[in-house]
Design a protein around this ligand. Sequence first.
Ligand code: ADP
Ligand code: MG
Length: 260
Amino acid sequence: MADNSPRHGGTAPLDGVLPIGAPTAVQERFAEHAATPVIELAGVSKTYTTGSITFEALRGVDLRIDQGEYVAIMGPSGSGKSTLMNILGCLDVLTTGAYRLAGEDVSELDEVELAHIRNRRIGFVFQQFNLLPALSAWRNVELPLMYAGVPSAERKARAMDALARVGLADRTANRPGELSGGQQQRVAVARALVSDPDLILADEPTGNLDSVSTADVLGLFDELHAARRMVRVRDGRVLSDTDPDDHAAAHVADGEGAAR
Ligand code: ADP
Ligand code: MG
């Protein structure tokens, strides 16, 4: 979650990240930050229009995610998971409803401000790792910091740290083609972590991996976050929101799981 430490914002001040006004307003904001969820969706719907056909991919989604939470969004193909992730990631805009990211009403921001949010507050992990094949692992990982204007020595140090966090301290000089699928996705996770984002979004991060690499990457997410919460989606609606450690609730398939 946002804080005022130099580490969080790299070299740029936080009020350069979000249009949140004068320093006093920023400080007031952070004073109340402990209670501010990272994500707050209220009554969110998303309607796609293709020619004369409209399709309601999200139908009134309410969701709150707090700092430090690890949330798995599960659901059958076509249920609206990617639509939801794209809205959370400020890659697409909602049709109706409200979205507050770290307390900020995202629907009020323009394209430039959304791009700032994406770069500075959100780390993405994609199914196709989206690594640049000509660059070594650490060069791939430092890329978001280049966009953020972080000086080169600090970029390298932080990229090396992030790779160590994902267990790749001995593979920093390798190019993606010299790494296994699971290792490549670990590099992608390091790239998402390196800017110390408020939020990491991973849309089917194991979709391209064999079972061994899938276990490897899921194990990594478990290491990075103590507890996993599971949100089930079907037909554009949140069915249940359960604590997977509560096995009785986690195995309810159709939405009677204990709400948190
Ligand atoms: P999931 O990720 O759970 O498989 P999606 O969010 O990708 O589901 O899609 C949800 C529904 O919205 C699907 O029926 C899909 O066909 C539809 N959809 C997704 N993107 C678009 C789009 N750009 N235009 C029209 N329909 C779309
Ligand atoms: Mg999808």
